[in-house]
Structure formats: C-alpha cells, structure tokens
Design a protein around this ligand. Structure first.
Ligand code: KMH
Ligand code: ZN
Length: 271
C-alpha cells in the first residue's frame, strides 16, 4: 500500500478559542499549530485564516502572511488553502487564495445544509468558476465531497474538461446537514470514485478517528485537526493539532501504513 498522507486542518472557520483555547487565530498561532502538526507527521496543512479577533477571512494578504509564517517553520510542508471560507462569503471572496498559486486548494463540489439555518452554497456555476480559475492558475483541486451527489458533480466537471485526472477527493462525512460519518458510508463513497483517484477521509466530530482507521486500512489518506474535531478522546480537549496527528500516526503504525513525507505526498498527489 502507498504511504499515508496525513492532512492537518489546523484552524477552520467555525471553531473558537471558547471551544478550545488552542484554536489558532493570529499568524503566530497558525504557524505554531502548523509546526506541531508537521513535527508529528502531517505533510499537508489545510488552511483557513482569521483576523486576530478570530473572525474568518479569505483575505489574500492574510493568507500570504500565513503561508510565509508556516514555511518559515516547516519549509517543505504542502499548504492547502480553503476556497470554502465560511458560510455566507461570496465566491470572489472565497477564491482569493488561488491568486497566490498554492500547489493545491479545496474545491467544494455542491451545496448542503450546514447546521441550524446555515447553507454552504456551492452552485453548479460556482463549481465551474472555481474549477476554471484553478485550472488557469495551475492549482490542483482537492475535491471536497460531503455526499454522493457531490462526487457526481465533480465527475461532470471532469467531463467538461475542467479537471485533470487523476482526481483527488476529500470525503468529508459528519457535516450537520450532509452524509453521516459511518464506516458504511465511507466505504460507499470511496467505492464511488474513479479507480485512479486518490482520496482522503475526514470525519467530523467524534467520528474523526473511526473514519481515520477505516481510511488507513482501505488505502486512503486521513485528515484530522481542530477544524473537524477538538478532542483527543471523549472529554479530553487536544492541546494542539500535533496531538491529533500523533494519534493517527500511532494508529498507522499499528495498522502497518508508513507515513508520507511532504516529498512522498507531492509524488502521490502529482503536485
Ligand atoms: N467552513 C466551511 C463552510 C473548505 O475548506 O473548502 C467550508 C469548508 C470547506 O471548510
Ligand atoms: Zn476547510
């Protein structure tokens, strides 16, 4: 089996310091959390940025500062910025980090409910516009799929010539408004991908490590981090993203998957 790529979603847009004081807002805090994850074995950092008061932003300048700060402390790590941003942001706002030509960035493949009255909007025309911009800028999309219809949406983009194979997917399960984070649903989603695709599994909340285990044995890759889950185990807040990554590394050791370095991850993802 290929080596295991561990992505750390260190910051997110929804979690706050009130929920876990280690959630990073400032550039220094973001660099600290990226380093903790990288030192523990993450080769990819999925990045959202905030203003110092915690407000999520997709500001290009803020992303640029964060990229520099992260690469200062982890020079070879792959930075995977979000184009999802936070619920309610416009497409133009969300696309700003693509102007910085990251190696890879998220492309959310459909609309879904997002808890309470929130809707995470990704219309067909938005998907097309995001894919066109990423193609033009030479940025590989990580295709975020929260339910099966989103895989079908991505395959439509591919048929239109807006995505290049092999495709890379992040199967995100457990969003409050989309598919549940169960082993059955992860197996179904992974089995619905093109045979040459690479994929990563993200379980939101308490299912983070269950999905990680399934992905490790299936030959997929794993994402963990504060964006998705703040707890190391029931009732125990993680002190850093590094602690969450360390837990996955231990699971991978038991299940006999070697951990990918950033160079391995670039080769596997074709970056
Ligand atoms: N914050 C969510 C609304 C992404 O990074 O592309 C969207 C999200 C997905 O986190
Ligand atoms: Zn995200």
């Amino acid at each position: 089996m290929e080596k295991l790529i561990i992505t750390a979603a260190i910051s997110g847009a929804e979690v706050t310091k009130e929920m876990n004081p280690a959630v990073p807002y400032t550039i220094e805090e973001i660099a600290r959390e990226a380093k903790s994850a990288y030192d523990a074995g993450a080769s990819v950092i999925h990045l959202h940025v905030r203003w110092d008061n915690g407000t999520p932003t997709q500001d290009k300048g803020r992303f640029k500062e964060a990229f520099h700060a992260i690469h200062n402390v982890c020079p070879d790590v792959i930075i995977l910025p979000s184009t999802g941003g936070a619920v309610g942001m416009t497409a133009e706002e969300r696309l700003q980090p693509i102007d910085l030509k990251p190696e890879i960035a998220t492309l959310d493949c459909g609309t879904c409910n997002f808890g309470g009255d929130d809707i995470f909007v990704n219309t067909e025309n938005m998907n097309i516009a995001f894919a066109e911009k990423m193609l033009a800028m030479g940025v590989k999309p990580e295709l975020e799929v929260f339910e099966k219809g989103m895989i079908d949406n991505a395959l439509k983009l591919y048929k239109k010539g807006l995505l290049k194979a092999p495709l890379h997917f992040n199967i995100v399960l457990g969003v409050n408004g989309a598919m549940a984070a169960t082993t059955r649903d992860l197996v179904y989603m992974a089995g619905s991908l093109p045979s040459d695709a690479t994929w990563c599994a993200t379980g939101i909340g308490r299912s983070e490590f269950e999905l990680a285990a399934v992905a490790i044995v299936m030959g997929g890759n794993v994402r963990v981090g504060f964006e998705d889950n703040l707890y190391l185990e029931k009732g125990v807040l993680a002190k850093s993203n590094g602690e969450l990554v360390t837990k996955v590394v231990k699971m991978a050791n038991i299940l006999k998957r070697e951990i990918a370095s950033p160079a391995d991850a670039r080769r596997i993802l074709g970056l």
